[in-house]
Design a protein around this ligand. Structure first.
Ligand code: GLN
Length: 411
């Protein structure tokens, strides 16, 4: 095998899903962030209808179906405060993930540096490295009292001076993720402005992963909108999967100025040519009809309600967690949970940090799966996350209630 894949260890998503599937107990899976319910009917019906149309079952243009680019322009132009050109400023990708890979492919040369905040969504790292890039990490510091008290995600902080110190002549890009996975932090306008200004000063491309952009519980700012100079350097990443509860559809997009989108699109064309056509059409219709169904308000309220409902159990158990500003994950500090000493750990977790063992223990003892977040840290800093697990709340209320009931077993 090529070194770029031979060096990849097994991804955490497969480890957890496989452990959950292999368990004797029926497992409630609050690990990987997939929804426990279907997309809304107006989107599902649009998909059914698209599947019956000849032109929807064939290749879409490489940049994406025109109707979807138009719908995105209509939906996002108001956020950007200007008319986004659907022909040159929006490109459709096979999930946000492939969109980000295409962005790295488009701009990162062998040996270029890309700054990523730690903790990070794991795919960034392999995507950057597969392009020959070098990842440079800058920490998001947990709140001082985070180990013992529930704190808002906004208390996790980025030190701008630390970020500045990481910039070298080789710095090509920075990845921002807001709302953040796994912390749930929504970056403030001041934080984003400081990052943006540094990028302008040093000519660094900003890849802003905003896939949870419709799920925020405090004011949300898009970095691209802060100044024309920042916008000139920013690629904004979006996801139909997260917006419309269909992570398996693999429809994502990037928005940016033509001089950036052009190269993302060129890379995307040579990676997968074009993305799933009928589902692009369905997402176009979803965006067109979202307002009349009051879908954005409802989906946000629903998720916040689920988050609050689920987190009651931590209050009950006296377990601290990070109160998310956005998204559908909650990071929980399970330091209090004692792991038995005489346990025989399976291969997949034997040599991993305590959170992997916690994860396995919860699957086995409670029939509940969550994600061990040291996967989102470098080996060097993984100690910081070894007492945490990340839970996804994008599930039916009855499933969340059943999960809570199992967690009460931790008492
Ligand atoms: N974004 C999803 C999560 O964090 C996972 C996506 C993936 O499995 N690659 O759960």
């Amino acid at each position: 095998p090529a070194a770029r894949v031979a060096s990849q260890r097994k991804d955490v998503w497969s480890i957890v899903n496989e452990a959950a599937a292999a368990s004797e107990k029926e497992v409630i899976n609050l690990g990987q962030g997939f929804f426990g319910y279907n997309p809304p009917d107006f989107v599902l019906n649009a998909a059914r209808e698209a599947l019956t149309r000849v032109e929807c079952n064939q290749y879409s243009p490489t940049q994406g179906r025109p109707r979807l680019r138009q719908a995105l322009s209509d939906s996002y132009s108001p956020f950007f405060g200007r008319k986004l050109d659907p022909a040159t400023e929006i490109t459709i990708t096979t999930g946000a993930n492939e969109g980000m890979l295409s962005a790295f492919m488009g701009f990162v040369e062998e040996g270029d540096e890309v700054i990523v905040m730690e903790p990070f969504f794991d795919q960034y790292i392999s995507n950057i490295e597969m392009c020959g890039g070098k990842v440079v990490y800058v920490p998001l510091h947990p709140p001082a009292k985070g180990d013992t008290e529930t704190c808002p995600a906004s208390d996790w902080t980025l030190e701008i001076s630390e970020l500045e110190a990481k910039i070298t002549p080789k710095t090509r890009m920075i990845v921002i993720n807001s709302p953040h996975n796994p912390i749930g932090k929504v970056f403030s306008e001041e934080e984003l402005r400081a990052i943006g200004e540094l990028c302008v000063k040093n000519n660094i491309i900003i890849l802003s992963d905003e896939v949870y952009d419709r799920l925020y519980y405090r004011p949300f700012t898009r970095i691209a909108t802060l100044s024309p100079e920042i916008e000139d350097l920013t690629l904004t990443v979006g996801s139909a999967g997260k917006n419309f509860y269909c992570t398996g559809w693999r429809v994502g997009w990037l928005i940016g100025k033509p001089h950036l989108i052009k190269y993302v699109s060129a890379a995307h064309t040579r990676i997968c040519f074009s993305s799933v056509s009928p589902l692009q059409e369905a997402i176009a219709i979803g965006l067109e009809q979202a307002d009349e169904h009051k879908f954005w308000e409802t989906s946000k309220e629903d998720m916040l309600r689920k988050m609050t409902r689920f987190n009651e159990v931590w209050k009950e158990l006296g377990i601290p967690y990070t109160e998310p500003d956005g998204g559908y994950f909650v990071l929980v500090n399970l330091q209090k949970v004692k792991l038995p000493e005489d346990i025989e750990w399976p291969e997949s977790v034997k040599d991993r940090a305590r959170d992997f063992k916690l994860c396995w223990f919860l699957i086995k003892e409670l029939g509940l799966a969550a994600i061990p977040p040291t996967e989102f840290y470098t080996k060097e800093n993984e100690k910081e996350a070894e007492n945490y697990l990340r839970f996804a709340v994008c599930k039916e209320d009855s499933v969340l209630d059943a999960a809570k009931e199992r967690l009460r077993g931790l008492k």
